[in-house]
Design a protein around this ligand. Structure first.
Ligand SMILES: *Cc1c(COP(=O)(O)O)cnc(C)c1O
Length: 450
């Protein structure tokens, strides 16, 4: 193979140690996804492209569920639509037995369209349109109340419709995770949660069936879940003792971390992220303190990130290379922050997709937008790469393909690799009419007749 030539430059020696793990002189490459060569994917489907592994989704789902069920059988998942609501992805979770967890009218309707059981849908969020509340009451879905205005709205709808909404309340509490997500739901510590419960029960306009919390996202402390659970169990027992009502479920929300790296995170993911089995052990032990093996309430987890992040890859290719005036190496890629919003909060690991030689050098990764903010990694150790070489961002399965935006460029296709190597396009690349169809040009400003 012909060696690549690059103009010689002087750069500051960074082989020292920025932390006790230092810089590596080699990095891992990722040249296949589930044994499908990345080179072939790019040849056949273009670049950039998102790719999901069905095997990873299903294997991880079983591993996570079993981690809990071994100790406490009444555990289920509610798929968090906003984490990834591509139809094919949601359908896999529903096939596996997950109910739908939605936070908007759009997500609610989408879950029904995909065939999720309407009376099992968990409807969360601080903003539920009146129409969608009516629909949810009609369907017998589980509405998780966020604030007193919503509580009043539901009382009114209950009277008007002559049908009792099935409800839980969302509770926030001090679980040792700061800043507290105190903007969602009712406060545990100051008694607000009990006031809401009391009103729901005493007014008799709704069926109270559960308790819910979601303490945050990328929670690195298993202990935080134990603290939250303890407080919800306290409310659960209070409802039971005070009113003789046994609630059906406790919903502990989402928030388990994936093997990603928060920007402020000092330790690499392989060391910083506790395995799910550790969370499960602590949570199950706490449950068994209060309930017998199979008799307690159903426990729901609305796990999004931790289930899907590692199943998703973004393949991107080098469009051009630059030496910045300060001698830093820069690559211009065909994917940018418009496709990878989580890159604002995470230093998402990135790998060359082909073998390399030569030394590594800190490299800044720019996207294709004509915007200074379009930086996917500020500084990452990479070898010299030429135009058409590919890179793989991984994990990107969580929030990537829901928070992406159509900006300047067409959004790329999304592939799903099946268990037997089948490759399906689960979202085709965008076309002009996808973007312009909702638009209207008034005749007085039109340049030509239709
Ligand atoms: C976003 C969200 C989730 C999913 O959180 P992850 O951190 O992705 O697991 C679960 N429940 C609610 C209410 C949410 O808003």
């Amino acid at each position: 193979m012909k060696k690549k030539y690059e103009r010689p430059v002087l750069i500051k020696n960074l082989n020292g140690f920025s932390n006790k793990f230092g810089y590596s002189h080699q990095i891992e490459i990722k040249d296949d996804i589930d044994n499908i060569p990345i080179k072939k994917l790019v040849e056949n489907y273009g670049s950039p492209i998102f790719v999901f592994s069905e095997k990873d989704i299903r294997d991880r789902y079983h591993r996570y569920l079993n981690a809990f069920k071994r100790g406490y059988p009444k555990v289920s998942f509610a798929w968090s639509y906003k984490t990834n609501y591509l139809g094919a992805i949601c359908s896999i979770y529903h096939q596996e037995g997950s109910v739908a967890e939605v936070v908007s009218e759009y997500e609610y309707k989408k879950a029904k369209e995909l065939g999720a059981d309407p009376d099992k849908i968990i409807y969360n969020g601080p903003y539920k349109s009146e129409n969608s509340l009516k629909e949810a009451i009609e369907d017998g879905a589980r509405i998780h109340i966020d604030h007193f205005e919503e509580l009043s709205a539901l009382e009114k709808l209950s009277d008007e419709m002559g049908k009792k909404p099935k409800v839980a309340i969302r509770v926030h509490m001090d679980s040792g995770i700061y800043p507290l997500w105190s903007r969602f739901g009712f406060d545990y510590e100051n008694g607000e949660a009990k006031r809401a419960l009391k009103r729901i029960i005493e007014e008799k306009k709704m069926d109270l069936i559960g308790l819910h919390t979601h303490i945050g996202t990328f929670i690195l402390s298993p202990e935080a879940y134990v603290k939250a659970l303890r407080k919800l169990i306290d409310l659960y027992k209070w409802v039971e003792n005070e009113y003789g009502i046994t609630l059906e479920y406790i919903d502990l929300g989402g928030g388990f971390p994936s093997k990603n790296r928060l920007k402020a995170q000092y330790l690499p993911p392989s060391i910083a992220i506790p395995p799910i089995e550790l969370y499960a052990e602590k949570i199950v032990n706490e449950l068994l303190e209060h309930f017998s093996y199979s008799k307690g309430p159903q426990i729901y987890f609305e796990t999004g990130r931790a289930l899907i992040d590692e199943a998703g890859y973004l393949i991107t290719s080098v469009h051009a290379t630059k030496r910045l005036p300060d001698n830093r190496r820069a690559l211009i890629l065909d994917a940018g922050v418009h496709l990878l919003y989580p890159a604002n909060f995470y230093d998402i690991p990135v790998y060359p997709a082909q073998k390399y030689d030569g030394v590594l050098e800190p490299t800044i990764l720019y996207g294709p937008l004509c915007m200074n903010i379009d930086v996917l990694r500020e500084s990452v150790q990479l070898p010299y790469m030429s135009p058409k070489d590919s890179l793989v961002f991984h994990p990107v399965g969580a929030y990537g393909v829901t928070q992406w935006m159509q900006f300047i460029h067409f959004r790329p296709a999304v592939l799903l690799i099946g268990l037997n190597g089948e490759i399906d396009i689960i979202r085709r690349a965008e076309k002009m009419e996808d973007i312009t169809t909702p638009e209207f040009i008034p005749e007085r400003v039109r340049l030509f007749d239709e």
